[in-house]
Design a protein. Structure first.
Length: 256
């Protein structure tokens, strides 16, 4: 096992991008630290207990961009983001296989942008810890499923921007902790298909619709849990102005 560090801006596959001229393989042999603007036009696989770290953008220029058609696959491993991670257009990202821990940590200075495509998060040992910014846009679909969990922490912001969507199904969980913000806008949505949206007091969930005829928060099956009163939950132009009283499409709301 070795740690390979970026040396300059450039393509991932160019040896000049890396200290020592060694192109890293985070699935099989290497841990990776990115402190420059690095682009990759092939799928990124992280596994076998390895990690990819992206350094703070403001301080080091740390940025990892997956170009159109390149996907993200984490088997047993970690993607930690203090800088910027950009996925331009990937169809079929998979985070978690059930073989062991698969994690993404977006730290307070970090940002993850998924601009199109789809990301499927699965497995009881799979966790997305969001303490910075996570944005889905341009018809990107994020699915939390099969006991996987997304935790939006105190400084976290989960945004479904123009046409971005989050699906919570098959025992998936999004846990919105005190101080966190979940926001949908311009045809973005949060949709429950058997999972749980847990909203703690002190957090803010804004569900905007901006011209659409159905609410940005939709129930097909699943539940919203409000463990304590004091939650700020705003459904803009929704049939339910107060989800602590009722919910769109008759979905259950549990108030602890």
């Amino acid at each position: 096992m070795s740690l390979i560090v970026s040396a300059q801006d450039g393509p991932w596959t160019n040896p000049d991008t890396w200290v020592g001229g060694v192109v890293p393989n985070p699935f099989m042999t290497d841990d990776v630290a990115v402190f420059h603007a690095v682009s990759r036009d092939e799928d990124l696989f992280i596994g076998n207990g390895h990690y990819v770290y992206i350094g703070p953008y403001a301080e080091t220029g740390g940025q990892l961009m997956l170009m159109s058609g390149a996907g993200l696959f984490i088997d047993v491993g970690l993607l930690e983001i203090d800088g910027e991670f950009l996925s331009m257009d990937s169809f079929g990202d998979v985070i978690g296989s059930g073989a062991g821990p698969a994690e993404v940590h977006v730290n307070p200075t970090g940002a993850a942008y998924f601009l199109s495509g789809s990301t499927y998060v699965q497995g009881a040992t799979t966790v997305l810890n969001i303490h910075g910014l996570w944005t889905n846009a341009s018809n990107h679909y994020l699915t939390i499923s099969q006991n996987a969990k997304m935790v939006v922490g105190e400084t976290g912001f989960l945004g479904m921007m123009p046409y971005g969507h989050v699906w919570i199904d098959f025992m998936g969980l999004i846990d919105v902790q005190p101080g966190a913000v979940v926001y949908t806008d311009q045809n973005g949505s949060v949709e429950l298909f058997g999972g749980t949206l847990r909203i703690w007091a002190g957090s803010k969930v804004h569900v905007g619709v901006r011209g659409r005829s159905w609410p940005g928060l939709q129930f097909w099956a699943g539940k919203i849990e409000v463990p304590r009163r004091g939650v700020v939950l705003w459904c803009e132009n929704s049939p339910a102005l107060d989800l602590c009283q009722t919910a769109p499409f008759g979905g259950p709301v549990q108030i602890g």
